[in-house]
Structures are given as C-alpha cells and as structure tokens.
Design a protein around this ligand. Structure first.
Ligand code: NAD
Ligand code: NAG
Length: 440
C-alpha cells in the first residue's frame, strides 16, 4: 500500500477553483459598446447616464486589476487563497475538549510526521509546515505528507525563514502550541554545506520565535535540541546540568545556540520554552542519512558497510531511542508546558524555561546494531571496520532521563531488538526486498 503512495503527489486543489483568465469576457464586450459612445453622447438627456456608466466601468476595471494581482498569487505560489486558508483552519481544529492547536514545523520529517499523527489521533488540531528540501530523498517526505493528509493533517509547503507565511498562519489560527522540528540534521553534512545549518537551525529558529512572541495569544514553544550538545563531555550518563559548552560539530553548535536563543525569548518576551535533547531516534519512516537506515539498504544490496571504531579499538555506542517512545516524550512536554505569559510582543511575567533529555538509557554498540539488522534481514553484512575520523561524531551517548521521567511522565519501553524489528518490517514493505536493485 505504501509503495503505491510513493511519488504520487496530492493535486493542488487551489488551482481548480479559479478561472484561468478572469475578466477577459468583460473586456471584449466593452469594445463595441465604446464605439457607440460618441453617437449617444450627442443626446444631452443621456449624458448623465453615460457618466454613471463610465464611473462603473472604471470601478470594474480597477477591481479587475486587484483580482489579477491576488489571482496571480493563487496560481504561482504554493500557499495562500481561500481554499488554502480553509484547509489550514480545518486542520487546526481540535476534536476533544481542552484540545490544543499545534503548529508542527518539519512536519514532513521523520519525528514531525510521527508526532503530528499522534496528536491528530488523540483529537488535537495540527498544522504542519515543511520546506521539503533535498538533504535526503524528498519523495520520502512527500510520502509522509500523503500519509498525514490521509489522517486530516494539512502540511503547508514553506520555509520557517519566510516571515510572511508564518504571519499568515498565526493570523488564521490562534495556535496554543508550536512544536518545532524543522532543522538541518546530520553531523557530517556540515562539512559539505555549513550554511544550511545556520539557515535552518539559527536564522529559521529566530524567525519562528519572532512570529511566536508577536502572536496574540503567544503559543507555548516546544522544540528539538539534541544530545550532541554534550559534545566532548565524557561524564556518563549525560545529565541536563552537565556542561554543554564544548560542541564537537557545527550541528551541535547550532543546537546549543538554539538553547541560548530560546532562553533570550523566554527572558525578554515571556515565551514558555521546552527544549528536548533527543538521543539517536530511529524507527519506521526514519531518516535515510542515519546509520541504521543506510546499513539496511547496503546490506540488502550486498554492498559493504563501514563501521567506525573509537580510540583504543573501543566500539562506538549510541543510546538508540525508538520513535514511539520519543513521541510520548514530545506529547508529555506539550501537555505539561505552561502558557506563555506575554502578549503582542510584551512580557507580562516570568515563563518556564525547561530542558529534558529524551533517551533510552540503554546504549548499544554499532556492531550490536549490525548483528540485529543481519538477523531480521536474513542477510550477512560485508563489514569494513575503520578508525573514526575526527569529523564531529562523539564515541558514545548515554542519557540520564530522571528529569523527563519525573516531570513529563516519560518512560521508554522499546529495546533495540524490538524497535529494529519494526523498522525492518516497515523498510521491506516500503522499498521492497532490494530497494529496486539486484542483490549480488
Ligand atoms: N532523529 C534523531 O536522531 C535526532 C536526534 C537529535 C535531534 N534531532 C532533531 O529532531 C528534529 C527532527 O529530526 P528528524 O530526524 O525528524 O529530521 P528530518 O530531517 O527528517 O526532519 C526535519 C524536517 O524539517 C524540514 N526543514 C528543514 N529545514 C527547514 C526550514 N528551514 N523550513 C521548513 N522546513 C525545514 C526538512 O525538510 C525535514 O522534513 C530536528 O530538529 C533534529 O535536529 C533528531
Ligand atoms: C540524573 O539526573 C538527576 C536529575 O537531574 C540527578 O539528580 C542525578 O544525580 C543524575 N544521576 C546521575 C547518575 O548522574
């Protein structure tokens, strides 16, 4: 079923509702009438009527011009228009008492899709926004959008750096919460395209916070930071109060900057802020740039996989966290977030600023990950073991989740075996056994 959905984009319904050349008919009819004008003006008794007619004609011409102006926006841009606004409003509508209206950024991304679905399923209103960039295969993002559409979640195509789109959305909907996932993810890609990290994780974040602080009412703001902020910290497990001033990658530095930037908006404008430090999230509909995902693809295609090893031949380890557990943590953060205190850009009192680890507390080595994948794929991996280059990856992560457990009711229940089994089942149903390539 999912395979059928791939590559099929929902039609742009907006276009169908407007005539392609409005007003054309009116102009053609006006020409012969104007030729009769001089003749008719000879009669003074009709002069007054003709003057009225001219005023009407000018007025209709002017209104035709404005129609063309707004019309061209309906036709060329991917957002705006009566139908579009209706879709936004419907999608934001909640269906339970005390429900919330959430703006989810990065909604066509891995975590954004799962959180949007979970919110919708329990009756909350969700409007998504995503720029569908091609950092990884955009057809996977389109497929997630189709999945969301099928569940009544409308995803706007736009960039969080676009102040006009954000202003429009806040104009249409009084969002109670913003769940911010839009970001340039990935650690190693920063050496190829450093500016994309500044664009989305710094400039985009500030633009979104500007929209939030000006909104009336101000929404509560929950966003995805990252375990990477712990950087060169080697005290385990990682606790929220540990030092985070030694990032080992540009990605980590922009996430750390996000924690500081959100703090200033909390301090100056009274925005309620919750930052969530995710630890290696994995699962169905996951991200193709992550090891568990491309290991799976390569193993199935019979291609070798590269396994990095840390200093002194120590295996790399990650606190792999299953997507359903992270989703529960995100919902817990939304549910416990107190209201922002400001309005119209003015602070009225102190608002909470919170940060939580969302991990699994069960680090597993990369060779263990590969062994589990081999088991469920029923294919042996061709392994290349090499020493880790110093490109930003840290040797291990391990979350202390005491705080999230206590304050968000967060309680991860999925181990790596169970989670990867579900991932592999999804992968095979989505891509087929060999991802369109012959197994050698
Ligand atoms: N998956 C993990 O293991 C993990 C770990 C730590 C932190 N995080 C953070 O969690 C969040 C979600 O991660 P994910 O794994 O779902 O990544 P993802 O790349 O699948 O999702 C991010 C989405 O945001 C969109 N986006 C990027 N820049 C945008 C912009 N400027 N405007 C609008 N949309 C934009 C992308 O198109 C993408 O669909 C990110 O902030 C990421 O940094 C993820
Ligand atoms: C885990 O976090 C809690 C809450 O911040 C803290 O009190 C505790 O000391 C931490 N545990 C360890 C082992 O660091």
């Amino acid at each position: 079923m999912q395979k059928l959905m791939r590559g099929t984009m929902p039609p742009l319904e907006d276009d169908e509702l407007f005539p392609s050349t409005p007003g054309k008919v009116k102009l053609e009819r006006a020409l012969p009438i104007s030729r009769q004008l001089q003749r008719c003006f000879a009669s003074t008794s009709t002069t007054f009527l003709w003057a009225l007619f001219f005023i009407a004609l000018t007025a209709s011409y002017l209104s035709f011009q404005t129609f063309v102006d707004t019309g061209s926006r309906y036709f060329s841009a991917s957002w705006g228009g009566i139908q579009w606004e209706k879709q936004v409003r419907n999608s934001a509508q909640f269906h339970r008492s005390g429900g919330m209206s959430v703006l989810v950024t990065g909604a066509a991304g891995f975590v954004g899709t799962h959180v949007s679905l979970a919110l919708r399923k329990r009756g909350d209103g969700v409007v998504g926004i995503d720029n569908f960039n091609n950092y990884y295969d955009p057809s996977l993002k389109k497929a997630r959008k189709t999945l969301l559409n099928g569940h009544g979640v409308f995803v706007v195509e736009g960039d969080v750096n676009d102040a006009r789109i954000l202003a429009k959305l806040f104009d249409i909907v009084a969002f109670s919460h913003v769940m911010h996932f839009a970001a340039q993810a990935g650690v190693r890609y920063a050496m190829e395209n450093p500016h994309s990290y500044v664009h989305s994780n710094v400039a985009g974040l500030v633009n979104l916070l500007e929209a939030c602080k000006s909104a009336n009412p101000q929404p509560a703001f929950v966003w995805a930071s990252s375990s990477s902020v712990y950087g060169l910290n080697d005290k385990v497990p990682f606790t929220e109060s540990d030092r985070t001033d030694q990032p080992a990658s540009l990605y980590a530095a922009t996430k750390k900057a996000g924690e500081e930037i959100t703090h200033t908006y909390n301090h100056i404008y009274g925005l309620s802020i919750t930052g969530l430090r995710f630890f290696t999230v994995y699962g169905p509909w996951g991200r193709p740039d992550m090891a568990y995902f491309f290991f799976t693809r390569n193993i199935l295609q019979g291609k070798p996989i590269t396994i990095y090893r840390g200093k002194n031949r120590v295996e790399l380890a990650r606190d792999f966290t299953y997507i359903d557990d992270v989703v529960k943590g995100c919902l817990g953060a939304l549910d416990t977030a107190e209201k922002s205190t400001g309005s119209g850009g003015k602070k009225r009192g102190p608002a909470p600023y919170r940060i939580y680890n969302l991990g699994n507390t069960q680090p597993e080595t990369v060779p263990t990950l590969v062994r589990i994948l081999e088991k469920y794929l029923k294919v042996k991996a061709k392994k290349n073991v090499v020493d880790m280059p110093g490109n930003g990856d840290v040797p291990f992560t391990h979350a202390n989740i005491t705080l999230a457990r206590r304050e968000l009711g967060y309680k991860p229940t999925t181990d790596l075996q169970t989670g990867l089994k579900k991932f592999v089942r999804w992968y095979l149903s989505y891509y087929g056994y060999n991802h369109g390539n012959p197994v050698n």
